[in-house]
Design a protein. Structure first.
Length: 281
C-alpha cells in the first residue's frame, strides 16, 4: 500500500477511495490478502481444490462431491509442527511415504496440515515410533500426528473433520510432549485435560501401591492398549508371554484392581494417560 495514493475499490458502478491512514492494521492486512495475486499453494486438480476449500477457506463440500473424488471408507491424518519448516514439500513427501493410499498433504497454515488415507490401503504396522524418529532425524523436528477415526460415508466428513481438528489443536497445545494420537484416544486426553489437578490426584490414589514401579506400569499400559491380550502385549514389548502375565498378575495383586475386566481396565488406562511420565522412559 502507498500512503500517497488512495486505494480504489470498484463494484459495478460503485467506487470507493480509501487512504491507508484511515484503515486499522487489521483492515490493511485484510485488504492485502484480498488484493494479492492468488496463492501458488492453491492446487490445480479439482479434488485438491475441494480439499483446499474445506481446509483453508472453511468451505462446505457436498457429500456428492466427496463420493466422486474419495473412495470411502477413509480416515483423516492430522499434523501439527512445533515450528514452521523451510521445505514443506520435501517434508510432505516424506510423511506420505509412511501412509499408503494417501491424498496430497494440505497445509492449513505454516504449522497445521491434513491428508486423507483410504482404509483398503492401510497395512497393519506400528506407525508412531518409526515416523517420529525418522522425521526427527531428517528434518530436525518432532511433529504431532493424529490418526482420526474411520469415516464410512461422505455425509460424515465435514462435521468429523471440524470436530477432530478442534480436539487435536487443543490437546496438542496442552500436551507438547505427546507426539502421536490414534482415533478416540484423543477423546480421553481431551476429557482428562478438562479435569482439575486436584480431582486427578484424588482418583489416582488407587495406583499408589505401584506408582514407584515404572516398568510394571509400562507393561500394564501396553497390555491395556493391546486390548487386554497377553500375547500381543508381550510381542510388542519383546518379552516372553509368561513375563507379561506375571506383571499383569503382580499389578492385580498389589492394587486389588482386576484389569482383566473391562470397566477396571478403562479406569486404569485413563489414569495412566493422565500421568504418562509414570510409565514412560
Amino acid at each position: 500500500m502507498n500512503d500517497k495514493q488512495p486505494i480504489i475499490l470498484k463494484h459495478g458502478t460503485t467506487e470507493i477511495k480509501l487512504m491507508e491512514e484511515e484503515l486499522s492494521y487489521e483492515e490493511q492486512l485484510l485488504l492485502q490478502k484480498l488484493l494479492s495475486p492468488p496463492s501458488s499453494d492453491v492446487p490445480a486438480g479439482h479434488m485438491d481444490r475441494l480439499l483446499h476449500e474445506l481446509l483453508l477457506m472453511n468451505g462446505k463440500v457436498s457429500p456428492e462431491e466427496w463420493s466422486r473424488y474419495l473412495t470411502f471408507p477413509v480416515r483423516a491424518v492430522y499434523i501439527f509442527l512445533p515450528h514452521p519448516l523451510e521445505d514443506r514439500e520435501e517434508f510432505s513427501e516424506a510423511v506420505q511415504a509412511f501412509f499408503s493410499g494417501s491424498t496430497k498433504l494440505f497445509w492449513k497454515n505454516s504449522r497445521e496440515g491434513l491428508f486423507f488415507q483410504r482404509m483398503d490401503d492401510i497395512s497393519d504396522m506400528d506407525e508412531d515410533a518409526s515416523i517420529i524418529d525418522t522425521l526427527a532425524a531428517d528434518f530436525f523436528i518432532r511433529p504431532a500426528f493424529y490418526i482420526g477415526s474411520i469415516i464410512h460415508h461422505p455425509e460424515q466428513l465435514n462435521a468429523q473433520i471440524e470436530w477432530e481438528s478442534s480436539l487435536f489443536r487443543e490437546v496438542t497445545a496442552s500436551l507438547p510432549e505427546k507426539h502421536f494420537f490414534k482415533e478416540q484416544e484423543l477423546t480421553l486426553y481431551y476429557l482428562l485435560n478438562h479435569l482439575s489437578k486436584e480431582r486427578l490426584h484424588t482418583v489416582s490414589q488407587i495406583l499408589t501401591s505401584v506408582k514407584d514401579d515404572p516398568a510394571l506400569l509400562q507393561s500394564v499400559h501396553c497390555f491395556l492398549e493391546c486390548g487386554m491380550n497377553i500375547s500381543s502385549a508381550a510381542k510388542q514389548m519383546y518379552m516372553h508371554r509368561n513375563t507379561m502375565q506375571y506383571r499383569v498378575d503382580k499389578f492385580i495383586e498389589k492394587t486389588g484392581i482386576d484389569i482383566r475386566r473391562f470397566p477396571n481396565a478403562t479406569a486404569v488406562y485413563m489414569l495412566l494417560l493422565a500421568d504418562p511420565s509414570a510409565h514412560n522412559d
